[in-house]
Design a protein around this ligand. Structure first.
Ligand SMILES: [Zn+2]
Length: 103
């Protein structure tokens, strides 16, 4: 999908339509919790404990899973920078795309 580098869209800070610079938002890795967070979760009765709790070897390789590679497209997050107030907002694309390019 081709997306224009400049698009006129609603700015929630200006509360009106304004030209925005479009870029692709970087995907943040929201990985595992830190050790302290795990300890705290365990004390509060939320977490299960450290490590993988002896589950190693109970699953086949990921490539053997049924749905591996089934999806070839994904939603894109746009990073919209307002040209009036210079504020940045993130918006997810409404449709799934295989290829993404800015023009
Ligand atoms: Zn604005």
């Amino acid at each position: 999908m081709k997306v224009p580098k400049l698009m006129k869209t609603y700015c929630k800070y200006c509360k009106k339509h304004a030209p925005h610079n479009v870029a692709q938002a970087r995907v943040k890795d929201r990985g595992a919790l830190k050790k302290g967070s795990i300890q705290r979760a365990k004390k509060r009765g939320l977490g299960r404990g450290f490590g993988n709790l002896g589950k190693y070897g109970s699953k086949p390789a990921i490539s053997k899973w049924k749905r591996t590679g089934a999806k070839s497209s994904k939603r894109i997050d746009y990073r919209l920078k307002c040209n009036v107030c210079n504020k940045i907002s993130i918006r997810t694309s409404s449709s799934r795309v295989k290829k993404f390019s800015l023009e």
